[in-house]
Design a protein around this ligand. Sequence first.
Ligand SMILES: [Zn+2]
Ligand SMILES: [Zn+2]
Length: 216
Amino acid sequence: MSFQIETFPVYPLGCNCSILYLENQKEAIVIDPGGEGDKIYDKLQKKGYEISYILHTHAHFDHCLSSETLRDRAIGSTLCMHKGDLPLFQNLKIQCQAFGVPFHEAFTYKVDKFLEDEEVISSKIQNFGVKVIHTPGHTPGSICFLVSDSEKQILFSGDTLFSGSIGRTDLWGGDSDLIIKSIETRIFTLESETIVVPGHGEFTNVQREKKTNPFF
Ligand SMILES: [Zn+2]
Ligand SMILES: [Zn+2]
């Protein structure tokens, strides 16, 4: 089962939203919609894709601000995150206030599914899975998503690992020792050609980060 990905920066802080296109059945999985839920829904609707899952690498507001909007419009979609970030999600309003970003008071903070380490999120209609890797440090519930087909393996690393850098750990729940341990034990142990799509900035790969990332 092959897939295509599209990654683009979204409001309000340019977080990378990624869309996984499963072309066989016109199913789309959205990772970190940020504040552009309406735009993403309209775009996929036009292409004739149904959204099955809305996945979050973590619950910082710039990654999940419009997730409810997207879930509510995409009937049948499932909003997912790791339970460790539920307190952050429930404090979305405070996060927005801290950064001066407008917030919709109607937010209900409803998560449909909590994801566990090593869990494989299975497509509802075809043979495809997204593997969850728990990588705490940037936030307690930070997770990465690993997908592969016969040609490529891609890791969506959220704000845990960036090209040439790592996520900040000075925000609520951050832990600088833990983020290093998470990357060393859970990301640097993946196949070296694995493409890394971070939560911000340019793509990289596991080998390049192992060799050149100044934090290691
Ligand atoms: Zn973050
Ligand atoms: Zn971010």
